[in-house]
Design a protein around this ligand. Structure first.
Ligand code: HEC
Length: 173
């Protein structure tokens, strides 16, 4: 008699484990994509699409793969984006890199920034949108911000700037 109860208890435990695993997997995923649960996870905002183009997932993927190693967060990008010339400067920075001085929050530093021209237009537009709306940056954007579209990146490729030239085009904040 006793071993029957013991068996039942073991089955019950196993069943609970299966349910718990399934629940955990469900909580961690959303339509197949992994959702980060930590507090630093960029929040999903109303800007998930630009003109019907859903860039969100790509933007986050590129950021995690290629930017996060150096950047935990980038919170002065709305200020750059709205400064005169800043909109195209941000595209040029990711396309051609940067070699020169950046003044951020009053402190100057010499920066040699990598270029990502090998990425396609969709990836670069998406990652720029990602840094523009994440970490509450969206609150600093104008009402109708005209976020990046792949075409804007394509147009900028013809400028073929060097990283020092990009540095000269940086708006002063
Ligand atoms: C090898 C390190 C490195 C990588 C990789 C990197 N960055 Fe940067 N980035 C820097 C440094 C250093 C700065 C200077 C500001 C700072 O220290 O945060 C900077 C600054 C910036 C700025 C602000 C520019 C300005 O004028 O103030 C933007 C925007 C930016 N990076 C975007 C990106 C994006 C998008 C990616 C990925 C596609 C990326 N970075 C990858 C090192 C890196």
């Amino acid at each position: 008699m006793r071993h029957i109860y013991a068996n039942r208890a073991a089955y019950l435990l196993a069943a609970l484990l299966v349910v718990a695993t399934a629940l955990f997997a469900w909580l961690r995923s959303e339509g197949g994509t992994l959702v980060a649960l930590d507090d630093d996870a960029p929040e999903v905002t109303e800007f998930d699409e630009v003109n019907g183009w859903a860039w969100r997932e790509t933007g986050e993927q590129v950021f995690v793969a290629d930017c996060q190693g150096c950047h935990v967060r980038l919170t002065h990008t709305p200020e750059l984006f709205t400064a005169e010339g800043g909109r195209s400067y941000l595209i040029e920075l990711v396309l051609f890199g940067f070699d020169g001085e950046m003044v951020i929050d009053g402190s100057a530093r010499q920066v040699d920034h990598p270029a990502f021209a090998g990425h396609d237009d969709e990836q670069l537009a998406a990652v720029l949108n990602h840094v523009l709306v994440s970490w509450n940056n969206a609150d600093e954007l104008p009402e109708d911000p005209d976020l990046y579209l792949p075409d804007y990146i394509d147009e900028a490729r013809d400028r073929e700037l060097g990283p020092e030239e990009v540095a000269e085009r940086r708006p002063s904040l």
